[in-house]
Design a protein around this ligand. Structure first.
Ligand SMILES: [Mn+2]
Length: 429
């Protein structure tokens, strides 16, 4: 019989989540853990593999103990094994959890930064599990460069559990150089630390971040859930994601061009959101909450009016007509005033003409006298501010001139559009 493995990490049980959507009951990290346990029991999982930061540092000795231990107990009754490594959040608390004893089914691997290999047997199948746990809150060495396991039997599959930062060489959280995986006898690496799910390498050695099984905020859009895979006749089959997060964060762009008034805008916004919800429900059935960050784009006769109107929309909730609750967390506006012809306007010497020329110059990445002046002014003020003793810490960032100019352009463009909207509206009145 094949071995079925569910792998996840970064549950952060105990973490306070700022998004108000989480005020609704049943959405916390410990609820996610309970659902993982139940799902594993219902779906005949043999092994749960956890890649660290299961417990959040801030509240680590309180909220997590009960739910984790009762989960371990339920899993034990069904013979389900748990293999876990510690991350930077729970390097100290994870071993503590097991101290009361009685959880022969729970295996903490790689204590205090020592690579360790365990072997799981089921009928004829064998799976080796290598792992490394954080010894301290910060760890600046790459654990792969200290890989010491010489007893891996290459006739049988081996997975590696590791918490660390594959995206940053200078990270204080175990930087991982994934090219080192090529020389190691591990077939599948399951990493923790990054909340956004991702496959770093889709051929052997396969490397992935299952990501956090729940989305913690708008910076974590898309599908969240553990990965599940089988080991069959000595072969690891490709992992698949199981949807788990009941909350999904999404960015939505809505083009408002052609709308004439607030009612029409609102109708369009609702219709677009309805469409998107339908689509997301098709993609991932079972989502109970969707949180949108909306950006309004396109052109509108009175763009400053949109700004005012949109402020009333954010924070709104419960557009949902069915079981899915819909929230609009934020509405931002990049709508341009409906100037019939920005080109034509730009030929005028009026303030509106100067602004129109500047917008066109930014969009076409062209030189423009007014723009050059504005950017120079921006740079001067920015550098002055940066060098003032009050703002010393800012110096750390050392912006390049290029990036200062780019920031300036973005800001100037936004302001020029806003001003142009006001100017053209005044002309209409
Ligand atoms: Mn971490």
């Amino acid at each position: 019989m094949a071995i079925k493995i569910l792998a996840t990490g970064d549950l952060h049980i105990g973490k306070k989540i700022s998004s108000s959507v989480y005020d609704t009951g049943g959405l916390s990290a410990k609820d996610t853990w309970k659902r993982i346990v139940d799902w594993s029991i219902d779906n005949d999982v043999d092994i749960i593999a956890l890649t660290g930061d299961i417990v959040d540092r801030d509240n680590r000795y309180f909220e997590a103990f009960g739910p984790l231990q009762s989960g371990f107990k339920k899993l034990k009754e069904k013979g389900i094994q748990v293999y876990m490594v510690a991350g930077n959040h729970d390097f100290d608390v994870l071993p503590e959890l097991l101290k009361p004893g009685g959880f022969e089914n729970v295996h903490f691997i790689g204590d205090r930064g020592q690579w360790q290999l365990l072997t799981y047997f089921k009928d004829q199948e064998i799976l080796q599990i290598a792992g490394w746990s954080f010894p301290t809150q910060y760890h600046r060495q790459d654990p792969l460069s200290q890989f010491t396991l010489s007893d891996i039997d290459q006739n049988f599959p081996c997975i590696g559990l590791l918490h660390g930062d594959a995206y940053a060489k200078d990270s204080a959280y175990a930087p991982i150089d994934i090219s080192l995986c090529n020389g190691l006898p591990v077939n599948l690496w399951i990493l923790g630390h990054i909340h956004k799910p991702g496959t770093l390498k889709a051929v052997v050695p396969y490397i992935c971040y299952p990501g956090s099984p729940m989305a913690f905020g708008p910076k974590e859009p898309g599908i969240h859930g553990p990965i599940v895979f089988m080991v069959d006749k000595g072969i690891i089959l490709t992992p698949e994601t199981v949807l788990f997060s009941p909350v999904r964060f999404e960015n939505l762009e809505i083009d408002v061009t052609g709308s004439d008034n607030e009612d029409e805008l609102r109708r369009r916004l609702m219709a677009e959101i309805d469409n998107e919800v339908l689509e997301l429900n098709k993609q991932t059935p079972g989502i109970s909450h969707i949180v949108f960050d909306v950006t309004l784009t396109g052109t509108y006769p009175r763009s400053n009016e949109i700004g005012r109107w949109s402020r009333g929309l954010s924070g709104a909730e419960d557009y949902g007509t069915n079981e899915t609750r819909i929230y609009v967390r934020r509405v931002s506006v990049t709508v341009k005033p409906e100037v019939t012809d920005l080109e034509e306007l730009s030929r005028q010497s009026s303030p509106a003409g100067i602004l129109a020329s500047a917008i066109l110059a930014i969009d076409a990445d062209r030189e423009n006298e007014f723009l050059t002046q504005m950017i120079a002014e921006w740079e001067k003020k920015f550098i002055y501010m940066r060098n003032r003793p009050t703002y010393q810490p800012l110096k750390r960032f050392q912006e390049s001139e290029e990036s200062i100019r780019e920031t300036a352009k973005k800001f100037i463009r936004k302001e020029a559009i806003r001003l142009l909207g006001e100017l053209t509206q005044q002309q209409q009145q």
